[in-house]
Design a binder for this molecule. Structure first.
Ligand SMILES: CC(=O)N[C@H]1[C@@H](OP(=O)(O)OP(=O)(O)OC[C@H]2O[C@@H](n3ccc(=O)[nH]c3=O)[C@H](O)[C@@H]2O)O[C@H](CO)[C@@H](O)[C@@H]1O[C@H](C)C(=O)N[C@@H](C)C(=O)N[C@H](CCC(=O)O)C(=O)O
Ligand SMILES: Nc1ncnc2c1ncn2[C@@H]1O[C@H](COP(=O)(O)OP(=O)(O)OP(=O)(O)O)[C@@H](O)[C@H]1O
Length: 490
C-alpha cells in the first residue's frame, strides 16, 4: 500500500508531512527491532522508553517511512502527528484495509466479567453454527488457532493484523480501560459495545474512579453507524452510561431487575449451578447455567441479550447456556480425595472475591477457606477492601504472595502482616510462599470444606512461581498426582 493512502486516513491527527515521495509500504511496525525493508515505523512515546530514540535503528533496518510526534528531519519520508498511538491505530486499520468492517465485532468493557462474557458469547455463536474469533486475557483465538496473549487488549497493530487474518464471521474482544486510554482500538469499528460493571480497580493507572469510568465510556466512540450498546444496569455506573449513550443517540439495550429493561432477570436459584428466569418481550425463558455464582447469572444474561440482538433464537441460546463448559481459571474446581473442593478463580477485586465466597457458601460448605494475595505496586487502595471482604465471608483465610511486580519480597511480607493485623478480624494468617500455602491447605483439607484460591487464572504472565508449576491449578493437580502416587507406593 502507498504511503499517501495511509496518510489520507490519519485525519486530524496529521500535523506535518515533510517529503513528497510516496513509497510502497510492505508493513507497519511500532518496534524498531521488527522493522523489515519497506516498512512504515511508528515511533511511540512509551511509558518506559521513548520510541523516537529508535528511529535511526528503524531506518537502518530498512524503514521506508516514519511516523512520530517530534520535529525531525529524516532521510526517509517523515509524518509528524499529534499523537503517535492514535495515528498507529488509524494507519494500521488503513494498511490492513479496515478489517473490522468485514466482521460483526463485539467489544466488551467493564471491571469484571469481560473474559467470561466473551467465552459465553463465543460458545453461543458456535452453538448456532457461526464462527467467532476471540481476543482477551486468556487467549487470542483466530480461525480456531490459539495465540498466546500479550495483553487483555492487544496493541492497535496486533488487533488490526489479527482481525485481518480472521475468516470468522464474528469477533469478540475484551476492551480494557488501559487500551482505551492508549488508543489501542483506534481504527476499529464495533457493532456491539457491551458494558458489564465498574468497581474499584486499576486506580494505580487511573487517578480517580471517575477517570476510570470515563475511560470505559471511550469505547462507544468506536461504534459503527448502525451499532448498539448492551449495558448491565445492575449498578449506578450502568445507569450513568445509559444516559451518556442516549445523549449520543446510540441505541441501548439493558439488563436489570426491573420491567423497564430489555431483559429482566428474576427468580434466581443458586445452588451449585444457577437457575433463573429471563423475561424478554413478554416471554419468560427459564435458564440453567452451570457456572456457579450470582455474577455468572449476570454474565449469562448479558450474553443472552446480545445474542438475541444478533438474531440468534432464544431456544438455541438457552441450550447453549446449559452446556457452557466454563472459562479457564474462573471458578475451576479440583476435587480433593478426602472430599474437599478446591477452587481456582481469577478474582482480584473486592466484588469478585465476594461473589466467589458467596458461591462457595451456596454449596453449603462445612467451612470456607480462602487463599489470596496482592499484586505488587498495583492498586494499593483496594487491598484493605479485599481483606475485609474475605474476613467477613470466609471462615479463615491465608494471605500469600501474588505477583510482586515492582516491590521486594520483604516489603510485601511486611505489608501482608500489617494488613492482616489491621483488617483480618483474627481470621487471617500469612504464609508468604504461595506454593507452601496451597500445599498446607491441601494436606489439611477435610470433607465438605471449600478452599478458594484467588487472583490467578491460567495466564502465564501473571505467574511468580519458580517451581514446580506455573499456576495455582497446576500446583493443585501436581499435589493430587503426588498424593495418588504416594498412595500407590504406600
Ligand atoms: C503501562 C502500559 O500500559 N504499557 C503498554 C504500552 O507500552 P509502551 O508503548 O509504553 O512501551 P515502552 O516499553 O515504553 O516502549 C515504547 C515504544 O518503544 C518501542 N521500542 C522499544 C525498544 C526498542 O528497542 N525499540 C523500540 O522501537 C516499543 O516497541 C514501543 O512502541 O503500550 C504497549 C502496546 O500497546 C502495551 O503492550 C504496554 O502494556 C504493558 C505490557 C502492560 O503491562 N500493560 C498493562 C498495564 C495493561 O495494559 N493491562 C490491561 C488490562 C488490565 C486488566 O484489566 O487487568 C490490558 O489491556 O492488558
Ligand atoms: N459479572 C461479574 N461481576 C463481578 N465479578 C465477576 C463477574 N464475572 C466474573 N467475575 C469475577 O471476576 C473474575 C474475573 O472474571 P473475568 O476474567 O471474566 O473478568 P475480566 O473483566 O476479564 O477481568 P480482567 O480484565 O482482569 O481480565 C472472575 O474470576 C470472577 O471472580
Amino acid at each position: 500500500m502507498r504511503l499517501t493512502k495511509v496518510l489520507e486516513e490519519l485525519g486530524s491527527s496529521l500535523k506535518k508531512y515533510r517529503n513528497d515521495a510516496d513509497p510502497n509500504l510492505s508493513g507497519i511496525q511500532m518496534d524498531s527491532r521488527k522493522v523489515r525493508p519497506g516498512d512504515l515505523f511508528v515511533a511511540i512515546t512509551g511509558f518506559q522508553i521513548d520510541g523516537h530514540k529508535f528511529i535511526n535503528e528503524a531506518i537502518a533496518n530498512g524503514a521506508a517511512a516514519v511516523i512520530g510526534e517530534n520535529e525531525l528531519e529524516l532521510s526517509v519520508p517523515y509524518i509528524q502527528v499529534f499523537d503517535s498511538r492514535l495515528a498507529l491505530g488509524r494507519a494500521a486499520s488503513a494498511f490492513y484495509q479496515h478489517p473490522s468492517r468485514k466482521h460483526t465485532v463485539i467489544g466488551i468493557t467493564g471491571t469484571n466479567g469481560k473474559t467470561t462474557v466473551s467465552y459465553i458469547l463465543k460458545h453461543i455463536l458456535e452453538h448456532a453454527g457461526k464462527s467467532c474469533s476471540l481476543l482477551g486475557t486468556v487467549s487470542y483465538i483466530i480461525n480456531n488457532e490459539v495465540y498466546k496473549p500479550s495483553n487483555t487488549t492487544p496493541d492497535a497493530l496486533q488487533i488490526q493484523e489479527l482481525i485481518s487474518k480472521s475468516n470468522d464471521e464474528f469477533v469478540v474482544l475484551e476492551v480494557s480501560s488501559h487500551a482505551l486510554k492508549q488508543y489501542r482500538i483506534e481504527g476499529l469499528e464495533l457493532d456491539y459495545g457491551l458494558f458489564t460493571n465498574l468497581s474499584h480497580d486499576h486506580l494505580d493507572y487511573h487517578p480517580t474512579i471517575e477517570d476510570y469510568f470515563e475511560a470505559k465510556t471511550l469505547m462507544y466512540n468506536y461504534m459503527k453507524k448502525e451499532g448498539s450498546a448492551v449495558v448491565s444496569r445492575l449498578g449506578e455506573w450502568g445507569d450513568r452510561l445509559d444516559s451518556i449513550l442516549k445523549a449520543k443517540e446510540i441505541p441501548v439495550y439493558s439488563i436489570g431487575y426491573d420491567a423497564i429493561h430489555d431483559l429482566k432477570i428474576e427468580d434466581i436459584k443458586l445452588n451449585g449451578e444457577s437457575r433463573f428466569d429471563i423475561q424478554m418481550g413478554g416471554i419468560t425463558y427459564p435458564l440453567t447455567f452451570p457456572s456457579p455464582g450470582l455474577h455468572n447469572v449476570y454474565n449469562a444474561a448479558m450474553a443472552f441479550l446480545t445474542a438475541v440482538k444478533i438474531g440468534i433464537s432464544p431456544d438455541v441460546i438457552t441450550k447453549a447456556l446449559k452446556s457452557f463448559p466454563g472459562v479457564p481459571g474462573r471458578f475451576e474446581m479440583i476435587s480433593h480425595p478426602e472430599g474437599a473442593t478446591f477452587i481456582v478463580d481469577y478474582a482480584h477485586t473486592k466484588d469478585a472475591i465476594e461473589y466467589c465466597l458467596q458461591a462457595a457458601q451456596e454449596h453449603e460448605a462445612v467451612k470456607v477457606k480462602h487463599i489470596f494475595g496482592f499484586r505488587g505496586e498495583r492498586d494499593k487502595t483496594k487491598r484493605e477492601h479485599m481483606i475485609k471482604a474475605s474476613a467477613a465471608m470466609s471462615d479463615e483465610f491465608t494471605l500469600t504472595f501474588d505477583d510482586l511486580n515492582g516491590i521486594t519480597e520483604e516489603e510485601m511480607a511486611n505489608e501482608l502482616k500489617e494488613l492482616n493485623e489491621r483488617f483480618g478480624m483474627n481470621k487471617g494468617r500469612v504464609i508468604t510462599d504461595r506454593t507452601l500455602a496451597i500445599r498446607e491447605a491441601w494436606e489439611n483439607a477435610r470433607r465438605g470444606e471449600w478452599i478458594l484460591i484467588t487472583g490467578k487464572g491460567p495466564e502465564e504472565y501473571q505467574s511468580m512461581y519458580e517451581l514446580p508449576t506455573s499456576s495455582d491449578k497446576e500446583t493443585l493437580l501436581y499435589l493430587k498426582k503426588l498424593q495418588n502416587k504416594e498412595k500407590v507406593i504406600g
